[in-house]
Design a protein around this ligand. Structure first.
Ligand code: AMP
Length: 414
């Protein structure tokens, strides 16, 4: 099946061709015609499935079908993180390059003035994180009264990050008559409630079964003592000659520490997490993508939405305490038909986490112990400290500018 049968116009087909896509992905095949039929959509799709083009292409098509001469906000795309907003924004620019639309990416943690200037000059498509968008709405920098399309991308993560109230506030200022698309990797009861309130008899689209892992990803567990994980990681990177590896830690502190240790071993590394400035995060990601940095060490929230084509290796330096995060993490590799490898370094403290992950994905992950890294059988499991965890403490909001907002709202006594 080719893109030309899906109902997209020449400017979009040209952009797709320039991107080198020969065939739509399964989510695109399903979503594009349904969205073009003006229906609301509830879609289950993870990053890596081509979901962004799955909603961006039909959105641009629909926008282009109506003659509107001025630039006012007709489409609003909400994302949980700045990185995802930036990436979706890039896709909008890329696929819309032969169309006359203007788009603006709105997120917290950066100077607000250039965003205000863009909004005042007039834009057709806004890609935003909820907190900063509300700031603009409250300051009357943005007029949302002409919005025809609302897209919630990675809605499950938005709820995880506590954005439900912001989302509700945003919904209350949008026109009632609009098309809504909700994308989510998982379907909790909370997501279902949000979908029930938001979507009008939606078409259901699901490409990868929820909480399943891609067949393209080869998963492996290496049992190892906690104190020797760093040594084993260095061993793997050097002996297997890994050129580009994304490593997950549970905490921001852990990410910094590991980055420093790898650098000491002569392995170029950068950390990406919520305490880093936006500029530092953008630079780390760019250096990683262009090969200047071999290892990117990330926490779950910071890594969410990172889009790197054909990432060959993902390492769980520490297993996540939320089993679903394992699925998200390893979804960074083995994309679009390319094989990938997901390696987890697991110490005795993490056996319970491993059990819940294997239960969730309904499979036992193969294990391989390196002789020289055989765990000491006398080491007893100790409870894992949750302090400083990027998901369980207040500072997680730093990754999206929410904390600042929350504290200033508190000062205002709201
Ligand atoms: P996403 O799931 O939206 O994060 O997309 C994952 C990656 O797939 C992105 O890097 C896209 O550029 C790429 N992609 C999207 N659609 C296609 C397609 N039809 N053929 C090949 N690659 C694609």
């Amino acid at each position: 099946m080719s893109f030309s049968t899906l109902g997209l116009g020449a400017p979009l087909l040209k952009a797709i061709q320039e991107q080198g896509y020969s065939e739509p992905t399964p989510i695109q095949k399903q979503a594009i015609p349904v969205i073009l039929s003006k229906r609301d959509v509830l879609a289950g799709a993870q990053t890596g499935t081509g979901k962004t083009a799955g909603f961006t292409l039909p959105l641009l098509q629909m926008l282009s079908e109506k003659k509107v001469t001025d630039h006012r906000v007709r489409a609003l795309i909400l994302t949980p993180t700045r990185e995802l907003a930036a990436q979706v924004g890039e896709s909008v620019e890329l696929y819309g390059k032969h169309l006359p639309f203007r788009s603006s990416i709105i997120f917290g943690g950066v100077n607000i003035n250039s965003q205000i200037r863009q909004l005042k000059a007039g834009v057709d498509i806004v890609i935003a994180t909820p907190g900063r968008l509300l700031d603009h709405a409250n300051q009357k920098n943005i007029d949302l009264s002409k919005v025809e399309f609302l897209i919630l991308d990675e809605a499950d993560r938005m709820l995880d990050m506590g954005f439900i109230h912001d989302i509700k506030k945003i919904l209350s200022i949008l026109p009632k008559n609009r098309q809504n698309l909700l994308f989510s990797a998982t379907f909790s009861d909370e997501i279902k409630r949000l979908a029930d309130g938001l979507l009008n008899t939606p078409a259901l689209i699901e490409v990868a079964k929820r909480n399943t892992t891609s067949q393209n990803v080869k998963q492996i567990i290496h049992p190892v003592d906690k104190e020797r994980k760093k040594e084993l990681l260095t061993h793997l990177i050097t002996t297997e000659k890994w050129k580009q590896v994304l490593v997950f830690t549970r905490t921001k502190h852990g990410a910094n520490k590991l980055t420093g240790q790898l650098e000491k071993d002569g392995i170029t590394a950068a950390a990406i997490h919520g305490n880093k400035s936006q500029n530092a995060r953008t630079k780390a990601l760019a250096d990683f993508k262009n090969g200047e940095v071999r290892v990117l060490v990330a926490t779950d929230i910071a890594a969410r939405g990172i889009d790197i084509d054909q990432l060959p290796h993902v390492v769980n330096f520490e297993l996540p305490n939320i089993a679903e995060d394992y699925v998200h993490r390893i979804g960074r590799t083995g994309r679009a038909g390319n094989g990938g490898q997901a390696v987890s370094l697991v110490c005795v403290d993490e056996h319970e986490y491993l059990k819940s992950i294997e239960k969730l994905i309904k499979q036992e992950i193969p294990k391989h112990t390196f002789k020289e890294f055989t765990p000491d059988p006398f080491i007893k499991a100790e409870p894992i400290q949750q302090r400083g965890n990027s998901r369980n403490n207040n500072s997680r909001g730093n990754s999206n500018g929410r904390n600042k907002r929350a504290s200033s709202s508190n000062r205002r006594g709201r």
